[in-house]
Design a protein. Structure first.
Lengths: 160, 81
C-alpha cells in the first residue's frame, strides 16, 4: 500500500502520516455539489451538518476532477449534463472501493487510486493561491494543497 | 391556489453571485475561521433555489462568524450594506 512517488515523500512528514491514515479505507460517501465541487468520504458519516460529511473526506471546490479507469474517463467535472443532479447521479453510481494509493501525477495534480481499478484525479486549474484540494481527517484536522503553500496539515476548526 | 415556496417569486430577478465573488468570500472565511467554516459556507446553499445571490452568500458567511462567536469582519460589513 503506497503513499506514492518519491516526490510525495518530500512533503512534510506530518502530511505523509495524515495521508497514510486514508490507505485501505472504504469509500462511504460520494457526491458532487451543485457547483461541481467534489466530495469523496471514508469512514463514518455525520448528518448533523447541512450536508452529509464523512470522517475522512477528500474534495475540491474549484479545481478539475475526473474518474479514470485506465482507459477512459468515466465521469468528469465538465461533463455536459442537464443539471447537477445528473452529474451527481453519474458519479455516485461508480463503485470506487478502498483507497490504494495517493500519488502525484505531476507537481500540481493528484491521483487517488482505488481498489476497483478506478482513479480520481484532482488537477490544479487555478492560478491563484487558493486551495487545490483538501482532505479532512478525524479529530478536526485537514490537509490542504495549494500553489503557494504546497502541502500542509493543520486544524480544520480554526484559522492557521 | 397553493402558495409559491419562499424565494420562488424572486427567482426571475435573482442574479447569482459570480464564481469569483463566491471564492473570494469562501477563501476569506477559510483564512479567518478555518476549513470547517468554508465547507459549511458551501453547504449552506439551498439547491432548490439555484445559485445564491451575492447577498445570500454574504448572509451565509455572516452566520458563520456569528456561530463561531466572532465579530463580523469589516470587509463583510462593508459588503452587506
Amino acid at each position: 500500500m503506497a503513499i506514492g512517488s518519491l516526490e510525495m515523500k518530500s512533503m512534510p512528514r506530518e502530511v505523509v502520516e495524515g495521508l497514510k491514515e486514508l490507505i485501505g479505507k472504504e469509500c462511504t460517501l460520494q457526491r458532487i455539489g451543485t457547483d461541481r465541487s467534489l466530495f469523496i468520504g471514508f469512514g463514518s458519516i455525520t448528518t448533523t451538518t447541512a450536508k452529509p460529511h464523512a470522517e475522512f473526506e477528500i474534495g475540491t471546490y474549484d479545481c478539475a476532477w475526473r474518474v479514470f479507469d485506465g482507459k477512459r474517463i468515466l465521469c468528469g467535472r465538465n461533463d455536459a449534463v442537464d443539471d447537477m443532479d445528473e452529474l451527481n447521479q453519474r458519479f455516485s453510481k461508480l463503485q470506487l472501493g478502498k483507497i490504494v494509493s495517493i500519488d502525484r501525477l505531476t507537481e500540481l495534480d493528484t491521483r487517488i487510486e482505488f481498489s476497483n481499478g478506478l482513479s480520481v484525479d484532482i488537477c490544479c486549474t487555478i492560478s491563484d493561491d487558493d486551495q487545490i484540494l483538501h482532505i479532512f481527517l478525524p479529530m478536526k484536522r485537514v490537509i490542504r494543497f495549494s500553489l503557494c503553500d504546497g502541502w500542509r496539515i493543520g486544524p480544520s476548526d480554526s484559522p492557521w | 391556489m397553493p402558495k409559491a415556496p419562499k424565494g420562488a417569486a424572486d427567482i426571475a430577478k435573482r442574479i447569482p453571485a459570480s464564481e469569483k465573488q463566491v471564492r473570494d468570500i469562501a477563501s476569506r472565511v477559510e483564512r479567518e475561521l478555518g476549513e470547517d467554516a468554508r465547507r459549511a459556507l458551501y453547504d449552506a446553499k439551498d439547491p432548490a433555489l439555484g445559485d445564491r445571490t451575492i447577498q445570500e452568500v454574504l448572509e451565509d458567511a455572516k452566520s458563520l462568524y456569528e456561530d463561531a462567536g466572532k465579530a463580523i469582519p469589516q470587509w463583510l460589513l462593508d459588503r452587506l450594506r
